[in-house]
Design a binder for this molecule. Structure first.
Ligand SMILES: [Cu+2]
Length: 274
């Protein structure tokens, strides 16, 4: 039955086609803006994309190699019988090959060590506490089922004081400025995910985790929860606004603070406005 080798060959041709197509059309498989296929708006993002492409290249070559061997072997060593129904070929029984096993253990191990060392610098920049930027925090973000509660420092520029601004699902920061946030969770595991910035960090109950990122293009992006955190996980989505200038950001902050003060006054004066 050579059908099987043909089926494997078709599956392999399709997947190899997809693999060759992917690097030239990243919007097809990475979260980018549709109008700009290579759209990624942060320095970290570009580094992560290039690591991703290197790994895709290594796994792609390996995949093509193993598929070719599989299809050729399935085609060549197909079970054939003569006119009397006896097998044309006798099966060989042998106890493996130590040399081959050593080779196919050492090569992947070497590739893994290479990837581990090669990505170290990027990982350190994004995640090591020693790389934490020395800037005042932009906000404290607390994840809860099912929203992101964001606390920005008020006019006193300090967090966790009475003049803080508290908003929901609304992340604002300034272009080309490193944003430092403190991430918390008040119930279960969530994951703070900025797809266009390629930033992802779990929010862990009981922990305060610093996360830093920047964006080099002003615009509106997306914040998503990337950890299945309950029935409402799908709606745990926030807006991200990267402002062109500090002034623009301050204007937004002041407007929101004024709004918050107004609603607090209304609350304090009672439900009937007494
Ligand atoms: Cu969540």
């Amino acid at each position: 039955m050579r059908y099987w080798s043909i089926l494997f060959a078709l599956a392999a041709i399709f997947t190899v086609g997809a693999f060759l197509y992917a690097p030239f059309s990243p919007d097809w498989w990475l979260p980018n803006m549709p109008e700009d296929p290579h759209h990624v708006v942060s320095k970290f993002g570009r580094e992560i994309d290039s690591l991703y492409l290197i790994i895709l290249f290594i796994t792609g070559i390996t995949f093509i190699g193993t598929q070719v061997v599989l299809v050729v072997a399935a085609y060549r060593f197909v079970d054939q019988k003569d006119a009397e129904g006896r097998p044309l070929r006798q099966a060989d029984y042998f106890h493996g090959s130590q040399r081959l096993e050593v080779v196919w253990t050492i090569i992947p191990a070497a590739i893994l060590v290479f990837i581990a060392l090669y990505q170290m610098g990027t990982w350190a920049d994004i995640k090591f506490r020693s790389s934490k930027p020395k800037v005042p925090p932009l906000a404290e973000i607390t994840a809860r089922q099912f929203q992101w509660v964001m606390r920005y420092p008020g006019p006193d520029e300090r967090l966790n004081t009475r003049d803080d601004l508290i908003v929901v699902n609304d992340l604002h920061f300034v272009k080309n400025q490193t944003a430092l946030i403190y991430l918390k969770s008040s119930d279960v595991l969530h994951s703070f995910y900025l797809p266009q910035l390629r930033i992802k960090q779990d929010a862990v109950p009981g922990m305060t985790i610093p996360v830093w990122f920047d964006a080099d293009t002003a615009g509106d992006y997306e914040l998503a929860c990337a950890e299945l955190c309950g029935w409402g996980h799908y709606k745990m989505r926030g807006r991200v606004t990267v402002h062109e200038t500090e002034v623009e950001f301050q204007k937004w902050l002041d407007e929101k603070l004024a709004e918050q003060n107004r609603s607090q006054l209304t609350m304090a004066s009672g439900p009937q406005g007494r």
